[in-house]
Design a protein around this ligand. Structure first.
Ligand code: 5AD
Ligand code: SF4
Length: 419
């Protein structure tokens, strides 16, 4: 039986595409292998957002190239757009390159041809049960100055609302319990019925027991009134991930983020008006030209908003981006120091946010059913939850349960299932 390895780096889009490729290969009779040894096909799905992720993908490519012939390797995703020559130098000219601008249909067709498998009707959905990932917007044209995505993923296109709604409906009918809608800047979604909020409202009217969530909104393209409408929907999860990037207006301008701290505060304030909702964000420290005052403004913004979670990144120079050509780079030592200062603040906030839940109970979607009553899920407001089942049978993946919380850590909540 032919075998394959799929190695994935980076974002939720890559997870979705890799899940789709995996499913297609398995349906065609391929079996997933744990090692590269004598494998028939290796698929490497790459990320270029930060240098570290990119280097890991190239290093894995090197490893794969020592184990199998280049003609059995597929190199796809963002680094496949940006650095094809390097991939060929490492693996050999026969390596199959699928650029990050390719949509899922093209990726599946190319892999199908390479794997020489018979065409199979794609199954909907492709993602990891019980979460169905659904693409809304491909590519990005927001051009934040630090970001390589617009070059790696190409022009922005919105998937037809009809296709999205059909995928959502099929997913729910197949028993999926969470719809995760994806777009690099998802607020750019548009269709004949309006924009993102109108589409989410249409999804919300579908029959069935499900939650939905979306990644990632962009503060410059999100209106306060839209946040308020979103928060009225029945099936929406109670959390918003709203990337701030920096708390300094000067840095936001240089990042080409197109909003001020005051604009952000207005949106965040709408989310914070309901204490059941959580707010998380992305922050970059050490963007070119970031002064001590700029950094202090970011720390102050993080404290002010009491984010429930922060994805904290050190600025990573991406050749070809406008920021890469900016003159006043922050020394690595300063970036590291600022990162560790903010990391402590962020960790304290996460702990505080989770500790505040002790003594209460939360609705949880079961994501993995562990052995000996140790089950893991996600609360409606986006927290990790580990719980025991009070000696009863464990709850299956995809069920909704209620958990009484008796402990909170930086990573999440712990408790006992009461349903
Ligand atoms: N350096 C560091 N972080 C980056 N991100 C995007 N580009 C870079 C970069 N060059 C982060 C942003 C974005 C998240 C997906 O990755 O915070 O929101
Ligand atoms: Fe990159 Fe900005 Fe587009 Fe996000 S919105 S992918 S940070 S350019």
């Amino acid at each position: 039986m032919p075998t394959f390895v799929v190695k994935t780096f980076g974002c939720q889009f890559n997870e979705l595409y890799s899940a789709s490729v995996t499913e297609m290969l398995e349906r065609a009779g391929y079996e997933q292998s744990r090692t590269l040894d004598r494998v028939s096909l290796v698929v490497i799905n790459t990320c270029a957002v930060r240098e570290k992720a990119q280097e890991k993908a190239f290093s894995f490519l090197g490893e794969a190239a020592t184990a199998v012939d280049a003609s059995r390797i597929v190199f796809m995703g963002c680094s496949a757009t940006l650095d094809q020559e390097r991939a060929k130098r490492i693996a050999g000219h026969e390596v199959h390159i699928i650029p990050g601008s390719a949509g899922i249909e093209e990726v599946l067709a190319r892999v199908q041809a390479i794997a020489a498998c018979a065409p199979a009707e794609p199954m909907v959905p492709h993602s990891l049960f019980p979460t169905a990932d659904i693409e809304l917007v491909r590519g990005c044209e927001s051009y934040c100055t630090y970001c390589i995505v617009p070059r790696a993923r190409g022009r922005e296109t919105a998937v037809d609302a009809e296709v999205v709604l059909r995928q959502a409906k099929d997913s729910i009918q197949h028993g999926f319990r969470e719809l995760l809608l994806l777009g690099q800047n998802i607020n750019r979604y548009h269709w004949s019925g309006g924009g993102l909020i109108e589409l989410l409202s249409a999804l919300d009217r579908l029959d069935g027991e499900f939650w939905f969530w979306f990644l990632s909104p962009h503060p410059a393209y999100f209106q306060r009134a839209e946040v308020q409408r979103l928060m009225q929907l029945e099936h929406v999860e109670h959390h918003v991930h709203l990337p701030l990037q920096s708390g300094s207006d000067g840095i936001l301008k240089r990042m080409n983020r197109r909003y001020s701290m005051a604009d952000y505060d207005a949106l965040a304030g709408a989310v914070r008006s309901d204490s059941r909702w959580t707010l998380t964000t992305d922050i970059i420290v050490g963007f070119p030209g970031e002064t001590d005052e700029d950094f202090e403004a970011t720390v102050a913004a993080v404290r002010r908003h009491q984010f429930d979670g922060v994805f904290l990144a050190k600025y990573s120079d991406r050749p070809g981006t406008p920021a890469s050509a900016m003159p006043d780079k922050v020394p690595q030592k300063t970036i590291d120091e600022r990162h560790s200062v903010l990391l402590q603040v962020v960790r304290d906030l996460s702990l505080q946010s989770n500790a505040a839940m002790i003594g209460g109970s939360v609705d949880v979607l079961v994501l993995t059913a562990g052995a000996s009553g140790d089950t893991f899920g996600k609360s409606r407001d986006g927290r990790n939850v580990w719980f025991e089942d009070q000696g009863r049978l464990s709850h299956p993946v995809g069920s909704f349960v209620r958990v009484d919380i008796n402990h909170g850590s930086r990573e999440g909540l712990y408790g006992i299932c009461s349903t």
